[in-house]
Design a protein around this ligand. Sequence first.
Ligand code: TYD
Length: 162
Amino acid sequence: MPSRSGDAPSLGAELGVDGVLLKQILPNCALHEHRVSGDDRGSLISLQTTAEIPFEIKRVYVVYDTKPLVERGHHAHKSLEQWIVCVAGSCMFTVDDGIERREVLLDNPNKGLHIGNGIWREMRHFAPGTALVVLASTLYDLEDYIRDYDDFLAYARGEMVR
Ligand code: TYD
């Protein structure tokens, strides 16, 4: 599989000086802490390509108004990298590289979840009012999705996937 664990340094090593690696969750998935600019008016987080985000941001989308008990995701991407910020509420991510499966709670805008390519993700337990801002490294491309878990496992083992 292209640029997975073993081929590349850990994602945390790519991050610039403006962020802190909180936890390397999988070789290709890491949780970061954002620098928060705050004063008596409130708080602000700025995320720029190269300063905090280790890829060129080509697309931004927002997931919000998620209904109770809904699960989202259940797919992997062959190339896409994402940086996910929970700007309101909370939700639980499951990330899986075909070898290990980990859970990550996003519950504060000061956290950024960097999901590299080749990671299966599921989202659940959305609190009411949750909003996720997703920074993406590519334009929307249906061909980049792997939506079947068995196909994902084959992809993770380096086998061809349709
Ligand atoms: P989907 O991939 O099912 O979202 P999730 O992975 O969060 O469960 O996308 C939901 C809908 O939004 C689907 O109709 C495709 C559309 N969509 C776009 O048009 N552009 C995008 O960048 C994304 C991520 C989704």
